[in-house]
Write a protein that binds this ligand. Structure first.
Ligand code: JCF
Length: 679
């Protein structure tokens, strides 16, 4: 290595260690110590440095989670120690029997105990995995398989952010096999399915299937896009270090190595504590960010675990205490069609009310036309409904054997059930929509509800019932009408006294002071969610600029692609929408001027730069971010105001245009020198 390479190697090490430490704080301790933007900057610095020194890239670098080429998965892996599954109990008495068996067996070996110490933790509904670290570096990931042999899923496991590629220790064991559960948190699952439905594909039935399907992906780049996480709960093999003495110590040991454990785990003094824990977790179930189907108890002392041993593949020292079923049988009374904010028509089944997973369920979504056809749900059918956490209940399947003769398949209506406008399903889309727009009462109502919702203008007290009344009485047609309501109009509504009317007026008034991103989100532009709204606000800063932005300018905003850009453009090309926006401004809706995200004072401040061709050393996104971080404005087309064009491999006609206009042209090497120089 040359002298400068030694310097770079040290810089790389410092950066990687810092990033790993932040990963630990963020993923394992759940307590980030720096803002996300700062973390992104460190990561970017590392990416740039590695791009310039590809010979110094190591497989455990935080940048190396996703391999570039898909792998042929499926090779078989033998676990060092068998991966055990768990026996189940469903009731208090079965649990007491389990505890009695544990005590009897230990007594027969000379350990007379009144109370057995257990460690309890929630039982996640995911996929069991085994990871192997050698000298602290992740070298293998496998599914449980039959307990003895599993499938090699190393490339996919590496993409899970909560799986450390390197253990967080100076003194790593020679070999360590850890067992854990890979799962998809509820929020990620919902968002993922939402996206899948939008592109007209088949959604996952539950987070468990989603996690399993994602881990089986052949292309790790696809796995990397699935929001997977992991909790570790046990050790299969530990070479070169002293084993912890209890399950509790095991969890602490794993945690200290940077392996995430479930934060809910607790030591129980005896089986009575287990019952209390079970009740607590059952109550907390829907607040947990992941789905669980019970709790697990393990005899705490590993010495006792060894004495107890295992029968076939289930340990005698651990048991799963399952929650009551989340699936029930019921009957379809009616199938209705709801109209959403964007006109999307959703079939909804009205059910004979049934108690599932702790609540009474009387409606279940059927998602869209294809789902309706696929499940072939008909009025009068006996069906299995499933309720997963606080997710909208779903129909798992129809019991066709019980279907009475003469029932008809259900079709989507051709006219909107609310406004009788045409219902149209565009090619390539999964959803059919009412084309009535704001003529449609349902769409008007939903648009106003969205506008007032918590993450939009947060107009507290303007609930569904109230919005319904305002719309049906014709008092409110669009969001700006809300701010024209008078005390008299409001107090005449049902269940509205003078006092509550005054309160509502006050809230309406307060909600006018908002932020630019909330306002943009509140407008309900198709596919402009909270994060897109924030990106728009940060990059376009003012409403005037946004309303004037063409598709090209919009696409320069990070994460905005051609479709969303076109939606935004189309929204502001509609006179009616501009009128409503202007009306809102006139009513006094306002926000503080957003501060530009990029460093205003970067060394490339104010420079307009265009990238063309393929850069060999870094992705276009990284190049774009690097330039932005230095203060440059990266655009896609060349004009007289362009300051520089950076030319990669196979550039297009842009180079000719740049030369013609006399714009400065930089090669990739010159570009690298530019971003590395101290300016
Ligand atoms: O969360 C789980 N699904 C889970 C599964 C937790 C545990 O502590 C487990 C397990 C499967 C086997 N422990 C064993 C021994």
């Amino acid at each position: 290595m040359s002298g400068s390479q030694v310097g770079v190697a040290r810089e790389l090490r410092v950066l990687r260690e810092a990033i790993e430490e932040h990963n630990f704080s963020y993923y394992v301790l759940d307590n980030p110590v720096i803002p996300d933007a700062e973390y992104d900057r460190l990561m970017l610095q590392l990416q740039v440095l590695e791009a310039n020194h590809p010979e110094l890239v190591t497989s455990d670098s935080p940048t190396q989670r996703v391999g570039v080429t898909p792998v042929g998965g499926g090779s078989v892996v033998t676990h060092y120690a068998p991966m055990l599954s768990l026996g189940n109990v469903f009731s208090k008495s079965e649990l007491l029997d389990f505890d009695q068996r544990v005590r009897d067996q230990l007594a027969s070996r000379g350990f007379e105990l009144d109370n057995i110490e257990y460690v309890a933790e929630p039982k996640l509904d995911g996929v069991a995995v085994n990871l192997r670290y050698e000298n602290g570096v992740l070298i293998l990931g496998a599914t449980r398989g039959d307990g003895t042999t599993g499938e090699d899923i190393t490339h996919n496991v590496r993409t899970i952010p909560t799986v450390p590629l390197r253990l967080r220790t100076e003194n790593a064991p020679v070999a360590l096999e850890v067992r854990g559960e890979v799962f998809m948190p509820r929020e990620g699952f919902l968002a993922y399915n939402q996206r899948v439905l939008e592109i007209g594909e088949k959604p996952f039935v539950n987070p468990r299937n989603a996690a399993a399907g994602s881990l089986r992906q052949l292309d790790p780049r696809l796995t990397a896009r699935r929001p997977l996480e992991v909790f570790f709960y046990g050790i299969g093999l530990l070479n070169g270090q002293i084993r912890p003495k209890t399950q509790g110590e095991t969890l602490k040991y794993l945690h200290n190595l940077g392996l995430r454990t479930c934060p809910e785990w607790e030591v129980m003094a005896g089986v009575q504590d287990c019952l209390t824990y079970y009740a607590q977790i059952l109550k907390k179930r829907n607040e947990l960010p992941y789905e669980i189907d019970g709790v697990v108890y393990k005899v705490n002392a590993l010495e006792n675990q060894e004495l107890l041993g295992a029968v076939s593949r289930a340990p005698r020292w651990a048991i799963a205490h399952k929650f009551p079923a989340q699936e029930e049988l019921t009957v379809i009374k009616e199938i209705k069609f709801q109209v959403g904010r964007t006109g999307a028509i959703t079939p909804v089944a009205r059910l004979q009310p049934v108690f599932v997973g702790g609540v009474t369920v009387s409606n279940a979504t059927l998602h869209n036309e294809d789902e309706l056809a696929r499940k072939d749900v008909r009025v009068g059918d006996s069906v299995i409904v499933r309720r997963a956490g606080d997710v909208i209940p779903e129909i798992v399947k129809v019991i066709k054997e019980r279907r009475s003769a003469g029932s008809d398949p259900v079709r989507l209506p051709t006219k909107c059930p609310v406004c009788s406008s045409e219902v149209v399903r565009q090619e390539g889309e999964a959803v059919a929509r009412c084309i009535g727009g704001l003529v449609c009462g349902a769409q008007r109502r939903e648009a106003i509800r969205h506008f007032a919702s918590r993450r939009a203008l947060d107009i507290k007290g303007l609930g569904t019932k109230l919005v319904d009344q305002l719309v049906t009485r014709g008092l409110v047609e669009n969001p700006s009408d809300l701010f024209g309501l008078t005390l008299e109009q409001i107090s005449e509504l049902e269940r509205m006294g003078l006092k509550s009317a005054e309160n509502l007026l006050e809230t309406l008034n307060k909600s006018k002071s908002t932020t630019f991103n909330r306002f943009l989100y509140a407008l309900g532009i198709r596919e402009v969610g909270e994060s897109t709204a924030l990106a728009l606000a940060n990059h376009l800063c003012s409403l005037e600029k946004l309303m004037a932005a063409d598709v090209k300018r919009l696409e320069e905003v990070p994460d905005i692609g051609p479709i969303v850009a076109a939606n935004i453009r189309a929204f502001f090309q509609e006179d009616r929408n501009c009128m409503i926006v202007n009306q809102l401004m006139r009513c006094g809706v306002s926000w503080p001027q957003p501060v530009r995200l990029e460093f205003e004072d970067g060394p490339l401040k104010g420079k307009t730069i265009v990238l063309t061709g393929t850069l060999l050393g870094m992705t276009r996104d990284v190049a774009k971010q690097t330039l932005s971080a230095l203060g440059a404005n990266v655009t896609s087309s060349i004009s007289k105001s362009t300051d520089m064009v950076i030319v990669g491999d196979h550039p297009g006609a842009k180079v000719d245009r740049a030369l013609k206009l006399g714009v400065m042209v930089l090669s990739e090497d010159e570009f690298n020198a530019l971003i590395k120089s101290d300016h």
